[in-house]
Ligand binder design. Sequence first.
Ligand code: BG6
Ligand code: MG
Length: 223
Amino acid sequence: MTTIKACIFDLDGVIVDTAVYHYKAWKRLANQLGFDFTEEQNEKLKGVSRTRSLELILQWGGISKSPAEQEELATLKNTWYVEMISHMTPSEILPGAKEFLVACRAAGLKTALGSASKNSMMILEKVDIVNLFDAVIDGNKVTKAKPDPEVFLKGAEAVGVSPAECVVFEDAIAGVEAAITGGMKAVGIGSPEVLGEADLVVSGLNEMSLEKLNALAPPNPPR
Ligand code: BG6
Ligand code: MG
């Protein structure tokens, strides 16, 4: 019988809602370049790396920049983003996230972070939950972006659990795909219309429980 032994959490949109800060910083950059983009377009940036996000935004604005200029623009955006997240407090942890992490650990499960963000550590420190993770795999530790499963496979390895015994929590389609490709169970955080591929979809970690988690493991084989 497979039992769940580890939970791997995406950060942005699962544990904290940093999407608004990413949006403000990208919008400021686009406006500075002389165009704007919609909140709908912004949705397409969920779970997408910094470099790829910039490429998409420049494409929407019909602007082309050299690789060196793109590097500069991404750094500028990140400077504004970091300034905003430097003011984050524990009150910005999404409802139920901390409680679920604590419950998992109390039940003996390993917990890991699997995020594309290179700012993950700073955010975990600001909201004061670093000690709730056995491993942190972030954008600095991976070379392939979601939907490649690298970030989650490294998370599983870091906590010494096989992929089949891991459950991934993700708010982005690419992240759910990454979990499935990696041979893990996926819990979508958001709406079933968007994250239908996941094994279970909940609106937030406040809807999760250890019972729901264990129900994701296949039942005992018949004797
Ligand atoms: C993801 C976010 O978690 O991290 C994306 O959903 C973001 O919006 C990506 O672009 C990279 O984050 P950062 O902090 O390294 O720019
Ligand atoms: Mg996310």
